[in-house]
Design a protein. Structure first.
Length: 79
C-alpha cells in the first residue's frame, strides 16, 4: 500500500511541477482549488465504478458520508 501511495504522491508532484513550468512567469492563482477540481472527478468516477455504483460502499471507501458523496456526484453530474 505504501508503494501505491508513494506513486500517487509522485504523480501529483510531477503534475504540479509541470504546471509551474508552464506558467512562464505569470502568477499562480487558486492552485488548491485547481488541483482538487482536477483530481476529484476522476477519483469519484473510478471509486463508483469499483463499488458497482453502490453509494454506501463508495462513501465508506472514501471516508465521507453518503450525503457528501451524493452532493459531489451531483456537482460533477455523475449521478
Amino acid at each position: 500500500m505504501a508503494n501505491v501511495t508513494n506513486q500517487l504522491a509522485s504523480s501529483v508532484r510531477s503534475a504540479i511541477k509541470a504546471y509551474f513550468a508552464t506558467l512562464d512567469g505569470t502568477n499562480a492563482h487558486n492552485i488548491y482549488q485547481l488541483v482538487l477540481s482536477e483530481i476529484e472527478r476522476p477519483l469519484l468516477e473510478i471509486v463508483m465504478e469499483h463499488a458497482d455504483n453502490n453509494q454506501s460502499k463508495a462513501a465508506q471507501w472514501l471516508g465521507i458520508s453518503r450525503n457528501t458523496l451524493r452532493k459531489l456526484l451531483s456537482k460533477y453530474e455523475l449521478s
